[in-house]
Design a protein around this ligand. Structure first.
Ligand code: UD1
Ligand code: MG
Length: 423
């Protein structure tokens, strides 16, 4: 039998009052990438024919930040009158869709692909009108609580603020659902706002389905930590910690990277690191950085965006890199700033080297050739070219626009040629 087609709706329009921020919640970053990117990655793990994102508060900012994602179908919700209201704005986009709809929350970033696929499998197997992804959590405060009947089917979801005596439960609504599209659309037509917040609750659709004798089932997530919803900055910090741990676990277990102290190592999402590289404590590596095999990084290294380190390099204590390419075997052992620079094979960058890439107005590029030896305390005022196998003496200043020829030793302020260097 062919699979029923699936559309994904991501709810990301909320005002996020509790964040106390001028930035839309889904643009706050987790491990270096916006929260919404984490949720888009969840969506792309499902075999979906369309991804719809509902935006409202700061919608232009959100769309701008994701303008490189061509495939998103943006829907605007204005004003924002609740999760059910957000879905009501998708009626046009879902019209005639004869299949299932997965609803994901833009503020639940850590759900794993395998969790969503398991939810989808269950939904299809049971053929219910709706399957809610739930979690049994130690502290259910703030979440909608699941009410079940004797057979285990879902009777309803009661929001934290609407709880009546006897309705409390440690099984919560994760805000993630699968719906039969047609049955969902019919209920959206009749949704009201009779609750403590005066909002259109998506959770009321569940109650309406049950009232119409349609079956709603629940699928309990294996690891409740994945379902953390981000409503305030404390939860954002918790998500950051869990995401970081997940990234480090992946690098250690799947990529064969040694991380001597995961507690003090900060590697953002989307960093590539090769086998047998060792990351020493108190190191920060930003998203997009690529590191090859058999490298030694840190302690106390700060690798910023655009850094690409080839195999067998060493980047030691208190070295900061940005837009820096270090070719095979290059070494910057201690105390250096390498910005907008390419460093050749086996070049050695002495302690205290600064590539002064910014002249107060613009950034300029510097290149350092293979086997070059940059003496301690050298300042390279960009743009500068240091030739292959060239050398600078201690405390040399190579002025802006000046090139150091190949196989030449220079020293002084400003740099002057001393002699030729054996190759
Ligand atoms: C919601 C659920 C709750 C669940 C929790 C899980 C409802 C009524 N409640 O509560 O049962 O336990 O998520 O995290 O659905 N949004 C819009 N438009 C709006 C309002 C919200 O797009 O008008 C979006 C938000 O941007 C957010 C998501 O929907 O991504 C959830 O909204 P939020 O206000 O955080 O709902 P919760 O109170 O967390
Ligand atoms: Mg929420």
């Amino acid at each position: 039998m062919p699979e029923r087609p699936l559309k994904v709706v991501i709810l990301a329009a909320g005002k996020s009052t509790r964040m106390k921020s001028d930035t839309p919640k889904v643009l706050h970053t987790i491990a270096g990438v916006p929260m919404l990117q984490w949720v888009l990655d969840q969506a792309s793990a499902l075999n979906t024919i369309e991804t719809i994102a509902v935006v409202g508060f700061g919608s232009e900012q959100v769309k701008e930040a994701f303008s490189h994602h061509r495939a998103i179908h943006w829907v605007t919700q204005e004003p924002q009158l609740g999760t059910g209201h957000a879905l009501m704005q998708c009626r046009e986009a879902l019209k005639g869709h004869n299949g299932d709809v997965a609803v994901l929350c833009g503020d639940v970033p850590l759900l794993r692909a395998r969790t969503l696929n398991a939810l989808l499998d269950k939904h299809r197997e049971r053929k219910t009108a709706c399957t809610v992804l739930t979690a049994r959590v130690p502290n259910p405060a703030g979440y909608g609580r699941i009410q079940r009947d004797k057979k285990g089917y879902v009777l309803g979801i009661v929001e934290d603020r609407d709880l009546q005596p006897g309705q409390d439960s440690n099984e919560i609504n994760t805000g993630t659902y699968l719906f039969d599209s047609k049955l969902l659309l019919e209920r959206l037509e009749r949704l009201g706002q009779d609750n403590a917040q005066g909002e259109y609750y998506l959770t009321d659709v569940v109650r309406m389905l049950v009232e119409d004798n349609k079956r709603v089932s629940a699928s309990v997530v294996a690891d409740w930590r994945e379902t953390l919803g981000i409503n305030d900055r404390k939860q954002l910090a918790v998500a950051e910690r869990r995401a970081r741990r997940r990234i480090l676990d992946f690098l250690m277990l799947e990529m064969g990277v040694t991380i001597t102290d995961p507690r003090t190592t900060y590697v953002e999402a989307g960093v590539q690191i090769g086998r047998d590289t060792v990351i020493h404590p108190c190191t920060v590596i930003h998203t997009g950085v690529e590191i090859g095999k058999n490298c030694s990084i840190g302690p106390f290294a700060h690798l910023r965006s655009g850094t690409r380190i080839f195999d067998g390099c060493k980047v030691g204590a208190y070295v900061e890199t940005k837009n820096a390419i270090l070719d095979e075997g290059a070494k910057a052992g201690h105390l250096a700033y390498l910005g907008d620079v390419s460093v050749g094979k086996n070049a050695n960058i002495g302690a205290g080297t600064i590539v002064a890439n910014y002249d107060g107005k613009e950034k300029h590029h510097t290149s350092i050739g293979d086997n070059a030896f940059i003496g301690c305390g050298t300042v390279l005022v960009a743009p500068v070219r240091v030739g292959k196998n060239a050398q600078t003496g201690a405390n040399t200043v190579v002025p802006k626009g000046k090139n150091v020829p190949e196989n030449t030793v220079v020293a002084g302020v400003p740099a002057k040629e001393l002699r030729k260097r054996e190759s």
